[in-house]
Design a protein around this ligand. Structure first.
Ligand SMILES: Nc1ncnc2c1ncn2[C@@H]1O[C@H](COP(=O)(O)OP(=O)(O)O)[C@@H](O)[C@H]1O
Ligand SMILES: [Mg+2]
Length: 262
């Protein structure tokens, strides 16, 4: 498992930032140091999701523009020692935010952290390339619907053309009757699965309180906890939300036949 992980999707609104925040929060435990970088210039959200929006002074663009040092912009999350946030700028469009500059910043920060998680903006333009540059692994987030699936197929092609081969899938917001079954998603993308996350009202409730859902007792929190354990190399059985009893019996109660485990 690479330590520089980009969370991406192509389509907006599928839960990239939610996945990035929850995985970073879950990984920042047991003395591990995790840096979460918000690459979504102009539409930053990770500060809100972590309840730190009033405490931040500098951002990624300030660092790349040479206005401050990385240490001045990186903020340790008080309620989660070991978790650090480098926020995105509130405005988009600094010429200094280029793949080459992001790469050299990441190279200088790499040794200080066990994991660096990059939250990718929506789309496949410049912001996407800035975020995927130098990542060692990508987590492709989809929701089980045709639009998300199609944008994920396109994103997958772009990730491989950027040289990223270590790509795993998170299927998010799985409801009772998803428009596309989880099996079809897996078969179409042919990617190893990192986890399944249910559609869960606890996610938004936790976000509105400025804390990630993984910090709560909830179905989505559980799902993120299991994904964190897989990232850390543990064997954790798959649980597909809302699968019928017949399906569960056929596949051995939660062992998803089409998945490869980490
Ligand atoms: N598993 C989930 N269950 C319910 N709501 C979710 C889930 N994941 C994400 N959301 C909601 O979906 C919206 C978009 O999520 P976000 O992480 O900002 O997506 P993206 O970063 O891909 O644009 C947010 O309002 C978030 O609360
Ligand atoms: Mg986002």
């Amino acid at each position: 498992m690479g330590k520089l992980i980009v969370v991406t999707s192509g389509k907006g609104g599928v839960g990239k930032s939610t996945v990035a925040v929850n995985l970073a929060y879950g990984l920042a435990f047991d003395e591990r140091r995790v840096l979460l970088i918000d690459m979504d210039a102009g539409l930053r959200s990770l500060d809100l999701m972590l309840g730190t929006e009033n405490e931040l002074v500098f951002d990624l663009t300030d660092v790349l523009d040479g206005i401050c040092t990385p240490e001045q912009a990186i903020f340790e999350i008080k309620c989660r020692p070991g978790l650090f946030l480098l926020p995105a700028s509130q405005n988009s469009g600094s010429a200094a935010v280029t793949p080459a500059n992001v790469r050299s910043l990441l190279a200088s920060l790499n040794s200080a952290y066990d994991y660096i998680i990059l939250d990718c903006p929506a789309g496949i333009e410049r912001g996407f390339r800035n975020a995927v540059t130098s990542a060692e692994e990508a987590i492709l987030v989809i929701t089980p619907d045709y639009i998300s699936l199609r944008s994920a197929e396109r994103t997958f092609q772009l990730l491989t053309s950027e040289g990223l081969e270590n790509i795993r899938l998170v299927i998010n917001r799985i409801g009772k009757r998803p428009p596309v079954s989880t099996d079809e998603c897996i078969h179409r993308l042919e990617l190893p699965v990192l986890g399944f996350v249910p559609d869960d009202p606890h996610v938004m409730r936790a976000q509105s309180q400025g804390k990630p859902v993984i910090a709560t007792e909830s179905p989505a929190g559980d799902a993120f906890e299991r994904i964190v354990r897989r990232i850390l190399g543990e064997f954790v059985r798959y649980r597909v939300p809302h699968k019928s009893l017949v399906y569960k019996i056929k596949t051995g109660f939660g062992k998803e036949s089409a998945c490869k485990d980490s």
